[in-house]
Design a protein around this ligand. Structure first.
Ligand SMILES: Nc1nc2c(ncn2[C@@H]2O[C@H](COP(=O)(O)OP(=O)(O)OP(=O)(O)O)[C@@H](O)[C@H]2O)c(=O)[nH]1
Length: 389
């Protein structure tokens, strides 16, 4: 559990603390990772590489058990476009610069992600010809949540765009509802002007082709991404959000909470991956998202440092199981964090001085939100397990 080491509520007043300015969200090597982080990673079940070849369809077994009927995210694109790097950085907390040493994927890598929602991430080798008749489209695209197509924007992308167009046209015929998410990737090394040009050009080429073939409203979305900043987390947040049932209910709940407590912006984070699964309906600004995301790291680190069982330490009264914390930054912005359950935590940005003073109100409203969230969004099999025990 994310903050299970925290036995009591933390309240940290870091008056002169500058915004955390780590270049990347994960900058430490494996050996220096905290127990808390490792325990987070243990939630993930490791990759179970399927022995896929063009002639071996058996590995792409259709899902039969209800537990296996999870939405699937397919990572596709040409070789070296950055698919495995994205999966490793977002879901395995790999420091971005370590992706330089990733080897080319030769088989479909299947990751089962067990979190607030179960889903699978399939990383396809760039060279795999999945549109050939030897592959069963139903096995690949059947229970698909989204197809994430990664285009290396630093490279000549025309081949990739042509291949994506072929894939979309095939998939659209049989599975018109599938979300196609195009990551225009590795934009970190590009100038702002070149980024925008590449973006416009790629969008144009794909929409023109789809329009010519009669798919005017195909569900294709575009993102500029890089593993060296938060853009890939932001993009994945948007991709995952489309798979969440009742997202608008969740957003409305968060908006009501924010209005009642005077929050400027609130995010509901998946602690493991630090993608946000919902936020209030105000526009997202990257600076606040980054700040909140960094704050989760800070709290995980602090909980690791100070939550060990001390024989002489006695609890004073009843203790909350969930972590709760707030911090005031140098510009008087307050960040408030509250753990919601095993997987999710709520992080809010508070700039209104009056709102900052009403800590009791904030706590009470966040608890009410927590109860509503856990009632509505607890995972069905956990409820079943609870009933059987
Ligand atoms: N500059 C930059 N490099 C990146 C980024 N993402 C990935 N890379 C680099 O791109 C190279 C290829 O990345 P991979 O993740 O192995 O690519 P892949 O698409 O999985 O490749 P295949 O397994 O061959 O299909 C690695 O050296 C990464 O470090 C990014 O956002 N920016």
């Amino acid at each position: 559990m994310a903050f299970r080491h925290i036995r009591r509520s933390l309240s940290i007043e870091l008056i002169k603390k500058n915004r955390m300015s780590k270049p990347y969200p994960y900058t430490r090597s494996d050996s220096s990772r905290s127990e808390a982080q490792l325990s987070l990673e243990n939630i993930l079940q490791g990759a179970t590489p399927g022995a896929v070849s063009a002639h071996s369809r058996a590995i792409l077994e259709p899902s039969v058990k209800p537990r296996d009927a999870k939405p699937r995210l397919l990572l596709m694109g040409l070789r070296r476009s950055g698919k495995s790097s994205i999966a490793s950085v977002v879901f395995h907390k790999m420091p971005p610069n370590e992706t330089l040493f990733l080897e080319s994927t030769t088989r479909i890598q299947k990751d089962s992600i067990h979190s607030f929602m179960d889903f699978q991430v399939w990383d396809f080798p760039g060279q795999l010809e999945y549109l050939e008749p030897s592959f069963d489209l139903e096995d690949i695209f059947g229970s698909l949540g989204a197809l994430v197509w990664v285009i290396d924007a630093q490279d000549d992308y025309l081949d990739s765009v042509a291949r994506l167009n072929r894939t979309i046209l095939t998939v659209q015929q049989y599975y018109p509802g599938i979300n196609i998410e195009v990551f225009i990737h590795k934009v970190d090394a590009l100038s702002e002007e070149y980024r925008q040009d590449a973006y416009q050009d790629i969008v144009q080429r794909i929409t023109d082709e789809l329009n010519d073939c009669g798919y005017e409203n195909a569900p294709v979305h575009f993102y500029l991404t890089s593993i060296y900043d938060y853009s890939v987390f932001e993009a994945f947040s948007k991709v995952i959000q489309k798979l969440i049932p009742n997202l608008s209910t969740l957003e409305n709940l968060i908006t009501t909470l924010g209005n009642n407590c005077g929050f400027e912006k609130t995010y509901l984070f998946d602690v493991l991956s630090k993608i946000y699964i919902a936020s209030d309906t105000r526009p997202v600004d990257m600076a606040s998202y980054e700040m909140c995301s960094d704050y989760i790291d800070v709290i995980v680190d602090i909980s690791e440092l100070y939550s060990w069982d001390h024989p002489l330490r006695k609890a004073k009264g009843e203790q909350m199981q969930e972590a709760e914390s707030h911090v005031v930054l140098h510009d008087d912005t307050m960040l408030h964090l509250m753990e919601m359950n095993k997987y999710l935590c709520l992080v809010s940005v508070i700039r209104n001085p009056e709102a900052r003073e009403k800590k009791g109100l904030i706590d009470m409203n966040c608890r009410t939100f927590q109860e509503a969230l856990n009632d509505v969004f607890s995972r069905s099999w956990e409820r079943e397990e609870d009933q059987t025990t």
